[in-house]
Design a binder for this molecule. Structure first.
Ligand code: S3P
Length: 427
């Protein structure tokens, strides 16, 4: 599906952004591993999280979603039963990797598959440590890629040093560790998002940190509870960037998750000169949240080094768009993980922004943009990746003429209604 955007007037208004995607996945999965009724609200009713719900239902978990309120009747992982067919994670790597970790503890054989994009994504990073814990797990695609066949049970704790700083890998090991004999020690990986750790602690798991970078989990039962999910800071970032870049804009984004392991985009745009005010800060269910007020700002280029990437991993394509409008060079390095996301996000954002007249050069692990440059409307392609589609829409709002983004339907993966919301805010 094509979606057309043109140069916009100021964006104004007050918005509640969609609920956090990472937390919605985790509330459903941990709720299904807990004992008792877990509720999560508001739950993100979007493609990826619906994939998680459908896999859990196939495992026999009693789940109800009414409006945006999720209710899970947890009976512990022991009550999960062998699914009748293949579990479909569709586009969602979070579904596949986190469920693989949980299923590594279950003594039945099952298969979990994904769409063409997910079938290209690396799974060796979870397969290798889960095998060391005693699970039988195999990637049936080339180079250990999906579909995954898992036959778990009888896990033992291991000590594992993370090779990639990935929250999905860390979470898979935590969910396996929860069912393993002895201790599972995960070394490194503390700078990626820590939602799983926070929710496990909320539910009473025996989880602790030893020293700077060891995370230790021991076999434990989880207690069900009520989880209040904040707005997704990644979704908020698209609106934030639009308001920053379109002159005369002012937006108030309410109840946005402000977990420090997710807030890297805020600190980088702050360095670039963005005016963003935080207020109403509070913590609920172990997760901080608050309101963000943003006004259009003139930006200067910035250099972003690798250590900063985990806290803004999903916002890097947006930084390329901001870099186009900033004065001077914006350089991102150490972001090679972007090449194995829903698309090769480095190639995608550089290639598509270039069609709009951006002076952007692809680097092996990032990019270099020379700003400011006048963007012009063009026909661009989402490459089937929701975050690329939305980043291009933001670019389109400050480009001369019309921009047509093809493959727009992928936006439903994380932010259904994004185009309509942008239009409302401009009107
Ligand atoms: C996610 C972790 C990140 C992120 C993804 C969601 C999660 O992936 O890019 O959109 O919910 O754990 P990695 O952990 O592989 O970096």
């Amino acid at each position: 599906m094509d979606m057309t955007f043109s140069k916009a007037g100021p964006l104004r208004g007050e918005v509640s952004v969609p609920p956090d995607k990472s937390l919605s996945h985790r509330a459903a999965i941990l709720g299904a591993m807990a004992r008792g009724r877990t509720t999560a609200a508001p739950f993100l009713r979007a493609g990826d999280c619906l994939s998680t719900l459908s896999c859990l239902r196939d495992l026999g978990v009693d789940i109800r979603l009414q409006g945006n309120r999720l209710q899970v009747e947890g009976k512990g992982p022991e009550a999960w039963r062998q699914p009748g067919g293949v579990l479909e994670a569709e586009n969602s790597a979070t579904t596949m990797r986190l469920l693989a970790g949980a299923l590594a503890g279950r003594p039945f054989r099952c298969e979990i598959d994904g769409d063409a994009s997910l079938r290209r994504r690396p799974m060796g990073r979870i397969i290798e440590p889960l095998r060391r814990m005693g699970a039988r797990i195999e990637g049936m695609g080339e180079g250990n890629r999906p579909p995954l066949v898992i036959e778990g049970g009888n896990l033992r704790g291991i000590e594992y040093r993370m090779e990639v700083d990935s929250a999905q890998v860390k979470s898979a090991l935590l969910l396996a560790g929860l069912q393993a004999e002895g201790e599972t020690r995960i070394l490194g990986g503390r700078s990626s998002r820590d939602h799983t750790e926070r929710m496990l602690l909320l539910m009473g798991a025996d989880l602790s940190c030893e020293g700077e970078d060891a995370l230790v989990i021991r076999k434990s039962e989880l207690a069900a509870g009520d989880i209040e999910i904040p707005g997704d800071i990644s979704s908020a970032s698209f609106l934030l960037a639009a308001a920053l870049l379109v002159p005369g804009s002012r937006l108030l984004l309410k109840g946005v998750g402000l977990n420090p392991t997710r807030a890297g985009f805020l600190s980088v745009i702050n360095t670039m000169g963005a005016l963003v005010m935080e207020s109403g800060y509070r913590e609920a269910c172990n997760e901080p949240r608050g309101d963000l007020e943003v006004g259009s700002s003139s930006l200067t280029g910035v250099e972003v080094e690798g250590w900063r990437i985990p806290a803004l991993i999903d916002e890097v394509p947006l930084l390329a768009v901001a870099g186009c409008r900033a004065r001077g060079a914006t350089v991102v390095r150490g972001a090679e993980e972007l090449r194995v996301k829903e698309s090769d996000r480095i190639a995608a954002i550089c290639g598509e922004l270039r069609k709009m007249g951006a002076k952007i050069e692809e680097l092996p692990d990032g990019f270099l943009v020379e700003g400011p440059c006048e963007l012009k409307g063009a026909r661009v392609d989402s490459r089937g990746d929701h975050r690329i589609a939305m980043a291009l829409a933001v670019a389109a709002l400050c480009a001369e003429g019309e921009t047509v983004v093809s493959g727009w339907e992928c936006v439903d993966i994380s932010f259904p209604g994004f185009a309509g919301l942008l239009r409302e805010l401009v009107a």
